[in-house]
Design a protein around this ligand. Structure first.
Ligand code: AMP
Length: 213
């Protein structure tokens, strides 16, 4: 029996992980799994998980590893093994990465690089559609008729906290995956299409396609 393949997207807030994960999932026939979206939905729906995690999400802090891991495992359990997982926003700590390695070691890890100034500039224009679709008022506006809102954790003070958390907790994953020879670094500057083309040329679309056969 074939095991599932997985691609992980890493990068600071507003680096375009969600947008690129969606594109990669569409081009590979994979499933885009955004832990941030799943957690925000749980908060919105007022589920027991949502009640537990709301204070972390609102403050821009990380939700405890155990809760996020169960969420990812449950989501993966609901899809067939042949469907590649495109993980966006997970893992975010070394212990999440180690836990993931135990059941689904990623074949590729893509780091979308963006400096702090650009992160803050982008986040002011960022909006989110009713199904979690990422938009930007200038670079990727929502189509007519789609109501897109601002994420409550996209306020500047919360964004600064999320950036600090990223540097402290998530950046150590870069060495972790570089040592495993699966890390691909890509600049997040330019248009959505530019970044997508960089990703595809870095991971090699042919080999990515072969891996999922
Ligand atoms: P994101 O949409 O990826 O920016 O995530 C939004 C928020 O959800 C984060 O600021 C965290 O509070 C929480 N979150 C998302 N993914 C994780 C994760 N892998 N581990 C812990 N918390 C997470």
């Amino acid at each position: 029996m074939k095991t599932r393949s997985a691609i992980v997207l890493l990068g600071p807030p507003a680096s375009g992980k969600g947008t690129q994960a969606q594109r990669i999932a569409a081009s590979l026939g994979g499933l885009h799994i955004s832990t941030g979206y799943l957690l925000r939905q749980a908060v919105l729906m007022g589920t027991p998980l949502g009640k537990q995690v709301q204070k972390y999400v609102d403050a821009g802090d990380l939700v405890p590893d155990g809760l996020v891991l169960s969420l990812v495992r449950e989501t993966l359990a609901g899809i067939e093994d042949r469907v590649p997982a495109i993980l966006d926003g997970f893992p975010r700590t070394l212990s999440q990465a180690e836990a993931l390695d135990a059941f689904l070691p990623p074949n590729k890890v893509i780091l979308i690089e963006l400096d702090e100034g650009e992160v803050i500039r982008r986040i002011t224009g960022r909006r989110i559609g009713p199904h979690g679709e990422p938009y930007h008022v200038l670079y990727n506006p929502p189509p007519p008729g789609v109501t897109a809102t601002r994420r409550s954790d996209d306020r500047e003070e919360v964004v600064r906290e999320r950036l600090a958390v990223y540097q402290r907790q998530t950046e150590p994953l870069l060495d972790y995956y570089a040592q495993r020879k699966v890390l691909h670094r890509v600049s997040g500057l330019g248009s959505i299409g530019d970044v997508f083309r960089r990703i595809i040329s870095s991971i090699g679309s042919d080999s990515a396609a072969r891996e999922i056969e």
